[in-house]
Structure formats: C-alpha cells, structure tokens
Write a protein that binds this ligand. Structure first.
Ligand code: NAD
Length: 350
C-alpha cells in the first residue's frame, strides 16, 4: 500500500524554500490544510505563487528562533514537516553562530512546540553530512563518523534531540537524511548555491562553471520528487506498521541497534536514489541535458579549483532501510531527474 498524507493539517517550516515549497504543493494537491512558517532568510515568496491562491494555505512569516511563533504555527496540526534551517557547509563555516541558533535552537523550539501541541509525528530534514569522515560506502544509517563542519554538527544534534524527545515525551519523530537534493526551484544564486543549479545557471549563460577539486568527488544526487515521496511516507505510514517493519529490518542486518517494541518511534532514514556520480559525471550529464536546448553548451569547458573545507569526498546512500520500513521507492534517477530539472531551469532561467 502506498501511504500519502491526505485531508490532514500539516505545518511545513521553511516552506518558502526549495524543498519546503515543493512539499507544500504536493500536500495541497492531496487536499491537506497547510501552514507555512518561514522568515524568508533564503526562501522566496515566488516559490509560494501557486500555494498562495489556495484557500487551504496559510503563510506565517516568522522565525523558528522565536518559541511563541512556533507554538502559534503548530496549533491544530496533525503533522510537522520541519525543513527550516540554514543550509550549506561553507555558510556554517563562515558563520557558525547563526547556523547553530537556527538549526539547533530553532529546531528544539519547533520540536518542543510540536510535542506540546500533540502532533501525530514530527518529520524533519536531517542531512547526509552527518556521516562526516566515515569512509564506508554506501552509508548505512547506524554507522556515522566525526562531523566535518558546524552544519553537520547541527544536523546531528537535531537527531539526538529528536530521539531524546521521543524517549522522554513520547513524540514520534522521523529524520530524513537528504542526500544532495536537486530540482525545480532550487536557487542558483548566491555564494551558497548548490552545485546543480549553479552549474546549470552558468552553462545557460555560456559561462564556464567551476568545480571544486578535480571532479572526482562523488554524490548521491536526489531528485526532489523522491524527497516528496519520502516525506509523505515518513508522516503517514501507521505506527504499528512501522514497528513491525522495523523489527524485520533489525533482524535482517547485523549491527543494527535493537529497539524495544514499547519504544516510541524515532528513526532516521537515508533519502537518496542509491547511486553515486562524480562531479565530472554530473558536468557531462548537464552539458548533454542542456545542449538539447542550446547546442553551443556542449562546447563549454569546466574550470577546476581547490577542494572546499568541510566537504565529504564521497557520498552514497544505502536506501534499504527506507525501502523496508517506509516502502520508499525512488522513481527518479539522476538521469531522469536531470531531464526534468533542465527543462524547468531552461523555462525559468533563460
Ligand atoms: P532552502 O534554503 O531553500 O530552504 C530553507 C528554508 O528555511 C528557507 O525558505 C528559509 O527562508 C527558511 N528559514 C531559514 N531560517 C529560518 C528561520 N530562522 N525561521 C524560519 N524559516 C527559516 O533549503 P532547502 O534545500 O530547501 O533545505 C531544506 C532543508 O533540507 C534544510 O533543513 C536543509 O538543511 C535540509 N537539507 C537539504 C539538502 C539539499 O540538498 N537541499 C540536503 C540535506 C539537508
């Protein structure tokens, strides 16, 4: 059975951002009532263009660092999909204090408010950066290394708080460790833009994109629609089914920590496609994808610079846990996702 969130009231924090706004559109399409809480630090009102005209949508402009704002936003909600955070490893290295305030204090404010409001489940954006310097590939959820950046620390601390709140207060929490998400609405501008929109925007302008390092670093690039599916499942698969499947998963893989049947659900899952591509592979695929619209793009050469501090060399997710427990079945590969993304960027950036 394919679970989706339908006819519920859902709070999406960070809903004016790339991932949050896509979640909101999917939730509204399923006849949910949606509240968006965002302070527009990096989000944009244009991302909510479609949502704004829907009578089931409410926008609260506010900051998760303010506890009363969180309490007000979550009132009457069945689920929280917590996306609000300051993303980017380099941003957190440049300003670790603000990233910590938003990503940890803001997170705990929201988690506390959700617990007080008695939501059915708190689903939150975790991160593949939590794997840190652990070299094993593919990454399995229960084996992590040392954090390589303030951003990675904040995301790991969030997981610790989520587990602790589940243990102490009984709130169900599900963390989704996103791996390099890409797709429509991801911002190509600014110092902290993600690699795919940055490369696409340069190629469209006939500029030569810059790769940090020699291009051999690899990532498990994840198309936005796979992320939407994971969020829907993480919120809506019933508790009893999660517990049953969790037991099967624990028995199937050596080393998975055993969780007692009485424990409140508090799990983390990789959200990825389950394959990795190097930055050089990505560069080639983007040139190919965009040359369909402008043949000159095929001739643009990439530049190479030094590796960036805090970057993990390789990232590749094992997605068996999500498959077994949530029923996660990502539909878009890097190739099919890039096809959609290139079409969107061509229509919107050109
Ligand atoms: P984004 O920057 O587009 O969205 C984040 C949103 O949070 C923005 O709309 C921003 O305005 C809002 N926000 C920031 N600070 C806030 C505050 N103090 N109060 C209220 N709202 C605030 O980024 P995204 O790529 O959509 O990321 C969404 C979530 O997914 C984040 O938690 C991020 O850490 C996580 N994540 C993203 C990726 C990825 O590849 N995009 C990978 C791993 C984890």
């Amino acid at each position: 059975m394919n679970y989706v969130v339908k006819h519920n009231k859902v709070l999406v924090t960070g809903g004016a951002g790339f991932i949050g706004s896509n979640l909101i559109d999917a939730l509204l399409a399923n006849e949910n009532t949606v509240v968006c809480l965002d302070n527009f630090a990096t989000g944009k009102i244009e991302n909510l263009e479609a949502a704004k005209s829907n009578p089931n949508f409410t926008l609260i402009e506010g900051d998760i660092r303010d506890r009363n704002t969180c309490i007000k936003a979550v009132e009457g909600c069945d689920y929280v999909l917590h996306q609000a955070a300051l993303g980017s490893v380099p941003r957190s290295i440049a300003d670790p204090i603000t990233s910590t305030e938003v990503n940890i204090v803001g997170f705990v404010n929201m988690l506390f408010a959700a617990k007080e409001a008695g939501v059915k489940r708190f689903v939150y954006a975790a991160s593949s950066s939590t794997y840190g310097d652990h070299k094993a590939l593919p990454k399995v959820e229960h084996v992590i290394g040392n954090s390589l950046s303030p951003y990675a620390i904040t995301k790991y601390v969030d997981e610790l708080f989520a587990k602790n709140f589940s243990d102490i207060y009984g709130i169900e929490t599900v963390g989704l460790r996103y791996f390099n998400v890409f797709g429509r609405r991801q911002d190509p501008n600014g110092a902290y833009a993600a690699v795919i929109p940055k490369f696409v925007s340069s190629l469209i302008k006939h500029e030569s994109p810059k790769i940090n390092g020699d291009g051999s670093y690899s990532r498990d690039f994840t198309y936005i629609d796979n992320v939407i599916q994971a969020n829907q499942l993480a919120a809506s698969v019933p508790t009893e089914i999660l517990k049953e499947r969790l037991k099967d998963y624990q028995n199937s893989l050596a080393g998975v920590p055993k969780v007692s049947e009485e424990a409140t659900i508090s799990e983390v899952f990789n959200v990825a496609y389950g394959e990795r591509a190097s930055l050089n592979d990505l560069a080639g695929a983007l040139k190919k994808g965009l040359s369909k619209y402008d043949s000159e793009i095929a001739n643009i050469a990439f530049q190479y610079g030094p590796n960036r501090a805090g970057d993990v060399p390789h990232s590749h997710a094992a997605i068996e846990k999500g498959k077994t427990i949530l029923g996660y079945a990502p539909k878009y590969s890097l190739e099919t996702g890039l096809k959609e993304a290139c079409e969107w960027y061509w229509g919107n950036l050109k």
